[in-house]
Design a binder for this molecule. Structure first.
Ligand code: DAH
Length: 360
């Protein structure tokens, strides 16, 4: 008969020595598994006489119970040691700042922001948004807008022309958003009240001019609109856009082939240290041209100038963006420099609203 105390001592030692759960499982199988030493002892009980069984039964069962308990205790100890070790090595410092997601780091370009801002303002006044192509024909960009062929005003626009086709006609990059006035009047029955934001192109480059820039055109055509309405709209727009109660504006007589009379509008600013600032100083920055739509233009678009009249304006979006946000130079707008964009850009979820603020 096996020496139970020697077996118990061996198993207790083996349990104590098990360094991990796998080693402990091996000890368990060797003792309590199908072919284990304690299982073998339990099997001998069946062949014993009742007296023998009475004596050995409690001893063998007692051994089995103590070994099982020792195994369980050791398994719990190994598990909690393993957990402690994981907690140590996987420690999280909850005081560290969260890394910003790509979506949170992204910025809206000031031009997109300003287009959203001005669309919000004009939409509130009942304007809808119209669009037209960047590549235009001479007819839409000039002729329909009452630029006579060979007129010096065409030269003033420093146009980018494409190569002529077989008929000798040259397409061009639109030099202003005004051709969309023509597309609109030719396709929409008055009353018309639209704004037309978009890209425009001229062969020109310095601190306040880039070869590609942005304009927003406005067009109102109906039966009774006049310059007084235009002046009110522009003043209201400037107050909302610059978020002030009063804006100093200057209306100067001017000339555009497509308007009569024509007016240029300047806004007061300071240009100290090369930086253009709105709401201070004694300088002026031209921000738009406007006027009553010329009867010839109305006629060129298939409408009767004796029935319809209205006004239009064309404003430099980049200029008003520079003025509002104190940006000294126009050129970085188009350089795609992440540092510039993260400084001057806007958070994507801060959408401009008239109630919540335009430039939050
Ligand atoms: N198209 C003109 C330009 O680019 C701006 C302009 C002036 C637009 C007067 C207008 C207007 O609609 O009425 O210089």
């Amino acid at each position: 008969m096996t020496d139970l105390s020697a077996l118990e001592a061996d198993l207790t030692k083996a349990i104590a020595a098990a360094a991990d759960e796998a080693a402990l499982e091996a000890v368990r199988v060797a003792a309590l598994g199908k072919a284990g030493s304690i299982s073998a002892l339990l099997k001998t009980l069946g062949a014993m006489t009742p007296d023998e069984r009475k004596e050995k039964g409690p001893l063998i069962n007692g051994l089995r119970d103590r070994v099982s308990e020792a195994l369980t205790t050791k398994r719990d100890a190994l598990k909690s040691a393993a957990l402690d070790q994981r907690l140590q090595s996987e420690r999280v410092d909850v005081t560290l700042p969260l890394p910003q997601s790509a979506a949170a780091r992204g910025r809206i370009h000031p031009i997109s922001q300003v287009i959203d801002e001005l669309t919000t303002i004009f939409a509130d006044m009942g304007f809808s948004v119209a669009e037209g192509p960047d590549i235009e024909t001479d007819f839409y960009n000039f002729t329909a807008l009452n630029f006579p062929v060979g007129h010096p005003a065409r030269e003033m626009h420093d146009t980018f022309f494409f190569n002529p086709n077989e008929k000798g006609e040259r397409k061009l990059l639109r030099t202003h958003t005004s051709p969309v006035q023509v597309h609109t009047m030719m396709s929409v029955k008055p009353p018309i009240r639209v704004i037309i934001p978009g890209r425009t192109y001229r062969c020109d480059s310095d601190q306040t001019h880039t070869p590609m820039f942005h304009q927003v055109e406005g067009l109102v055509i109906d039966k009774g609109s006049h310059l007084g309405h235009l002046k009110w709209i522009l003043a209201e727009f400037c107050k909302s856009f610059f978020e002030v109660d009063d804006v100093k504006m200057r209306f100067r007589p001017s000339f555009f082939p497509f308007t009569e009379p024509s007016v240029e509008v300047d806004i007061q600013c300071s240009r100290k240290g090369g930086e253009i600032r709105f709401g201070e100083g004694e300088d002026w920055l031209e921000i738009l041209g406007c006027g009553m739509v010329h009867p010839n233009v109305i006629r060129n678009c298939g409408l009767d100038p004796d029935e319809y009249q209205g006004f239009a304006w064309g404003m430099g979006i980049d200029r008003i963006a520079m003025l509002k946000y104190g940006m000294p130079d126009l050129r970085p707008f188009f350089e795609a420099d992440m540092r510039w964009l993260s400084h001057y850009g806007f958070r994507p979820l801060d959408l401009p609203t008239l109630a919540g603020g335009l430039s939050v």
